[in-house]
Design a protein around this ligand. Structure first.
Ligand SMILES: Nc1nc2c([nH]c(=O)n2[C@H]2C[C@H](O)[C@@H](COP(=O)(O)OP(=O)(O)OP(=O)(O)O)O2)c(=O)[nH]1
Length: 148
């Protein structure tokens, strides 16, 4: 009998410049695979089978950006399983702040940018298409602090 492996779950970080009064979010441009190269995304990756979502995110951010983060809030998705990605996987996105180190594109990315948390600035980036509703939800969820 053939057994199918469950799809890995993906976690991403919406890293903010400030926990209480954010104005910018760290965005990352992918280098690979070819189909995603050049698109902007939330740094993160696949959770290992023996890891919690948040432990997976802490590990991925250390590996990819060389920094430690404090995880703040879940960006609430329409379904509890998380945001639907184009490859059939699900992603959970958390806001976070850097607690130690300066983010660098160690692996996976060729550019990092602190983008202004405005609809105009976010729309000017070419996001992985599946991320667009998440970006929108972040702007809405942080709405209170964006009125400037
Ligand atoms: N990290 C990340 N992945 C995303 C986003 N949006 C999106 O569709 N994806 C997709 C791209 C990939 O197919 C998958 C995440 O895989 P990944 O390549 O980042 O995972 P990983 O770091 O664990 O890498 P690997 O072990 O597979 O090499 O989810 C996003 O905003 N961030």
């Amino acid at each position: 009998m053939q057994t199918t492996m469950p799809e890995p779950v993906v976690v991403g970080a919406a890293i903010l410049d400030d926990a209480t009064d954010p104005t910018h979010m760290l965005v990352a441009r992918r280098k690979a695979p070819k189909s995603l190269a050049g698109y902007w995304e939330f740094p993160g990756g696949k959770v290992e089978p023996d890891e919690s979502l948040t432990d997976g995110l802490l590990r991925e951010i250390r590996e990819e950006l060389g920094v430690d983060i404090q995880i703040l809030d879940l960006i609430v998705a329409p379904e509890e399983a998380g945001w639907q990605l184009d490859n059939g996987m699900r992603m959970h996105v958390y806001t976070a702040v850097v607690t130690s180190g300066v983010p660098r594109p160690v692996i996976e990315h060729d550019r990092l940018e602190w983008a202004q948390l405005t609809a105009a600035a976010m729309q000017s980036l070419e996001w992985i298409p599946a991320d667009l509703p998440i970006v929108d939800a972040i702007l809405k969820q942080l709405g209170g602090s964006l009125a400037r």
